[in-house]
Write a protein that binds this ligand. Structure first.
Ligand code: DQA
Length: 150
């Protein structure tokens, strides 16, 4: 099972960036946790972070041939990007959307997500744990899908 994990703009600055909202732990610590969790779940994981919308779109398109599921924190593009939504709709892979903070309780402009119009599961407000739960959900969903395909 191959999972693509995408992190959008400014998430590379975790630990430095608004720690009262996003926590004090670094992006490297998040990547380590993702690799460890994927290993425990028996999944191969590809990690990709970009500050550029088009780079994220390219990566989603490539997933058509290289991944069984996508975990994405689109960061600020969550609230603006029809292009990322369209790419996810194009590849039709099981997708979970994760946010560190509770976007439902923040500024009004963060309360709408384009990506949620496609994602089958959305997890927010759980910090790094949201990625763990997202990976667990994704692995279980991909496995179920494979069983039905047999
Ligand atoms: C975020 C929430 C977004 O609104 C914000 O732009 C981010 C991070 C989160 O993980 O809580 O960059 O996706």
């Amino acid at each position: 099972m191959r999972i693509l994990v995408l992190n959008g703009p400014n998430l590379n600055l975790l630990g430095v960036r608004e720690p009262s909202i996003y926590g004090e732990k670094s992006f490297e610590a998040l990547e380590q946790l993702i690799r460890k969790t994927a290993g425990e779940l028996g999944a191969e994981v590809e990690l990709f972070q970009s500050n550029h919308e088009g780079a994220l779109v390219d990566k989603i398109q490539q997933a058509l041939h290289t991944a069984d599921g996508i975990l994405i924190n689109p960061a600020a593009y969550t609230h603006t990007s029809v292009a990322i939504l369209d790419a996810l709709k194009a590849v039709q892979l099981p997708t979970v959307e994760v946010h560190l903070s509770d976007i439902s309780q923040r500024e009004k402009f963060r309360q709408f997500s384009y990506v949620s119009l496609y994602a089958q599961k959305v997890i927010y407000g759980k910090g790094f744990q949201g990625y763990v739960e997202g990976l667990e959900w994704l692995c279980a969903t991909v496995k179920r899908k494979d069983q039905h395909a047999d």
